[in-house]
Design a protein around this ligand. Structure first.
Ligand code: F6P
Length: 320
């Protein structure tokens, strides 16, 4: 029976990570485990930046965005020598298993560590919703609320000035933030890696909204890494009846107090991660599927293809 476990947050932070850490630590303590916080992701594991979590660490964190453990990206963790140093540090502290909260890069680290004898369970913490083994990732709902709030505000001012707001949202090649916010905000156009981007087609559609549909404003939501939204907004001004303005929402989408849904999701996932470790299971990731919290082998999870979201895109097209 294991006695000491670690918990870390890794990759881009997301609202709700604190709630997940809290659940791991509280459920772990209740089950008689010592739960150690590993600071700054895998970097802290390699550096031995590790501390026993007490109730003091965990009070007043549930509603706080970010992660009190800190996060980092450590591409070098792919190297076996770097991971060996991490394992040495864990052994020095007597830590036998770890809960890793992060995105797919963090999942790979967790799978590799499990192969080296440290059972790891991964929890999906990312605003991108790009982990296919779960219906939702921790932080997605909060980020979606942030985007919707911002776009609703942009619509007010666009409407007053016969403008088209071109809004860039995050997602790291996953179009969910764009698609969900586009439907929730009643956007005119959504562009994601999955929809593709034909600039002329979008400009023509905007002309049509202006002339035939007599719209007073338009909202275009574009996933990041597809086009330069500033330059596209200038083309909107040049070639359509709207005056184009670009807004890059950026890291504001990663902050803020987690929504109740994210807090509950994070708490459920934290609990499941501890239960799996107590059963001696490692190399799995936790997900929510059809309302149930489940464990899926990480290697399998990383190979599940992304759902096409065609149904949502069709719905959007019917609503415009
Ligand atoms: O994975 C979360 C995310 O916010 C992505 O949406 C975005 O592409 C990336 O992280 C930004 O990373 P950084 O904070 O390192 O600039």
């Amino acid at each position: 029976m294991i006695k000491k476990i670690g918990v870390l947050t890794s990759g881009g932070d997301s609202p709700g990570m604190n709630a997940a850490i809290r659940a791991v630590a509280r459920v772990g303590a209740l089950e008689g485990l010592e739960v150690y916080g590993i600071y700054n992701g895998y970097k802290g594991m390699v550096d031995g930046d590790i501390e026993l979590l007490t109730r003091d660490h965990l009070s007043d964190v549930l509603d706080r965005g970010g992660t009190f453990l800190g996060s980092a990206r450590l591409p070098e963790f792919k190297e076996i020598e770097v991971r060996k140093k991490a394992v040495e540090q864990l052994q020095k502290h007597g830590i036998e298993a770890v809960v890793v909260i992060g995105g797919d890069g963090s999942y790979r680290g967790a799978a590799a560590l499990t192969k080296m004898g440290i059972n790891c369970i991964a929890i999906p913490g990312t605003i991108d919703n790009d982990i296919t083994s779960t219906d939702s990732t921790i932080g997605f709902d909060t980020a979606l609320n942030t985007v919707v709030d911002a776009v609703d505000k942009l619509r007010d001012t666009s409407n007053s000035h016969h403008r088209c707001s071109v809004v860039e949202v995050m997602g790291n090649r996953c179009g969910d933030l764009a698609l969900f916010s586009g439907i929730a905000c009643g956007a005119e156009i959504i562009v994601t890696a999955q929809t593709g981007f034909d600039e002329i087609e979008v400009l023509d559609a905007l002309k049509e909204f202006d002339i035939s549909k007599k719209k007073k404003h338009a909202i275009v939501i574009i996933s990041e890494k597809i086009t330069d939204v500033e330059s596209f907004a200038r083309k909107v001004s040049q070639f359509t009846g709207f005056s184009g303005r670009a807004t890059v929402l950026g890291h504001v989408q990663r902050g803020g107090s987690p929504t109740p849904n994210d807090r509950v999701l994070a708490s459920r996932m934290g609990e499941k991660a501890v239960d799996l470790l107590l059963q001696g299971i490692g190399g799995q990731c936790v997900g929510i599927q059809k309302g149930e919290v489940v464990g899926v082998p990480i290697e399998e999870a990383l190979n599940i293809p992304r759902v096409s979201r065609k149904d949502l895109k069709n719905l959007f097209d019917r609503l415009v």
